[in-house]
Design a binder for this molecule. Structure first.
Ligand code: NAD
Length: 362
């Protein structure tokens, strides 16, 4: 069985921040903020969007494709709406600042909406939903991304696998966190099958002529399938409207590919925060949310299921485990951390081959 290496989340955050400062040229506050976003993804099991991406992010900075020291300023459109030019900064920085501004507006006016352009990949969309939840807000998060999917019925890729995320707070139960890409699976699953020489289920991807395929290699040179045919394709188009068309970012297949292209991505995002207290007493809202969670939990599990979970709950349960046992990394990540720490002279990240027993949490 492949080895797993465990790291204290707090130490992983310091490690990532030190690297982003030393190798990425980010100021201390921004390095800390981005490191926190990456650790949140690893805590929730979205390992494809956590520290595993550090090397690639550092390469983009080294190649001059990311601006590590933007001077971000909001352009107010109305009291509830603003725009942020991301100045080609890391998407994590742009998104965190934009959601904070949307929340600030919602605190006063009941709703806040912020668009952003000239941004980059912002990682796990749920990060910004969690940020709004900390302030008791309902939120909607939109982003677009590089093309990987054809519109329904088409052959050529035009749409991004752009995750839509939404959240709502509860009182004693788990909050609602829906964070979903509009493709049937993440591309990483197809890469993994190709590496192992395995086939993929029909319905995950198409070949280069738009025909469904079970061959992972063929799929890598083809395109990804949207969830529910025209429905997933429609959601991906909505993401492009809300993120690219509305806020002045790239759209319709023009977002830069951070893996393949040496140009700024010009990703767009939109963040909407809604204060539940505008409509009902906030405590009543959270109690009603608890009731909804309990009603979902009380549904009799179908065959093959132990229990019925609320959206965001699988990731929440994993984050509880990982706060205790540590973040889990594979051997490829251990090697990448060693290489980066040597290259940039930062304090090595302590990794354990057995689960940790952390009592302090994070
Ligand atoms: N920034 C980008 O460009 C980009 C692109 C693609 C994906 N991503 C990120 O990748 C991550 C993975 O996306 P995904 O679509 O593969 O997610 P997923 O399919 O793992 O989960 C989608 C949603 O379903 C919920 N869910 C899963 N199992 C459940 C269950 N048993 N009961 C109830 N709810 C359940 C999850 O809580 C989540 O909200 C996301 O965090 C997304 O933001 C980012």
């Amino acid at each position: 069985m492949a080895a797993t290496y465990y790291a204290d989340p707090a130490e992983a955050e310091s490690f990532a921040a030190a690297l982003l400062r030393a190798g990425g040229g980010l100021p201390q506050d921004e390095a800390q903020l981005m490191a926190k976003c990456l650790v949140q993804a690893d805590l929730r099991g979205v390992d494809t969007h956590g520290l595993a991406r550090l090397q690639q992010y550092m390469t983009r900075v080294k190649d001059g494709l990311i601006n590590p020291t933007p001077k971000l300023e909001f352009e107010e459109k109305t009291p509830v709406a603003a725009h942020l030019d991301g100045q080609n900064a890391f998407g994590f920085i742009v998104a965190t600042k934009a959601m904070a501004d949307a929340v600030r507006r919602a605190e006063t006016y009941g709703i806040g909406i912020v668009t952003a352009n000239h941004s980059n990949h912002f990682g796990m969309a749920a990060t910004y939903v969690q940020q709004a939840l900390e302030k008791g807000m309902i939120s909607l998060v939109f982003t677009n991304s590089a093309k990987q999917m054809p519109p329904f019925g088409g052959v050529e890729t035009l749409l991004g696998i752009s995750p839509f995320a939404a959240g709502a707070p509860s009182e004693n139960e788990v909050p609602f966190i829906l964070d979903m890409a509009p493709s049937v699976v993440a591309k990483g699953k197809i890469r993994k099958a190709a590496r192992r020489g395995e086939s993929i289920p029909l319905g995950w991807a198409y070949d280069k002529d738009g025909k469904p395929t079970t061959d992972a290699e063929v799929a890598l040179n083809g395109s990804m399938a949207p969830i529910g045919g025209p429905k997933g394709s429609g959601i991906a188009i909505l993401m492009d409207i809300m993120s690219g068309v509305l806020g002045g970012a790239a759209f319709g297949g023009e977002v830069g590919d951070q893996y393949k292209e040496t140009r700024p991505q010009n990703v767009g995002h939109t963040f909407i925060a809604i204060k539940p207290g505008t409509f009902v007493d906030p405590a009543t809202f959270r109690e009603r949310m608890d009731t909804l969670v309990q009603r979902v939990h009380n549904v009799r599990p179908a065959e093959g299921f132990d229990r019925v979970l609320f959206p965001g709950e699988p990731e929440y349960l994993l984050s509880v485990k990982r706060r205790r046992e540590g973040l889990a990394f594979a051997d490829a990540e251990r090697k990448m951390f060693e290489q980066l720490q040597a290259e940039f002279g930062v304090k090595p990240l302590r990794l354990s081959e057995t689960p940790l027993n952390l009592t302090n949490g994070q």
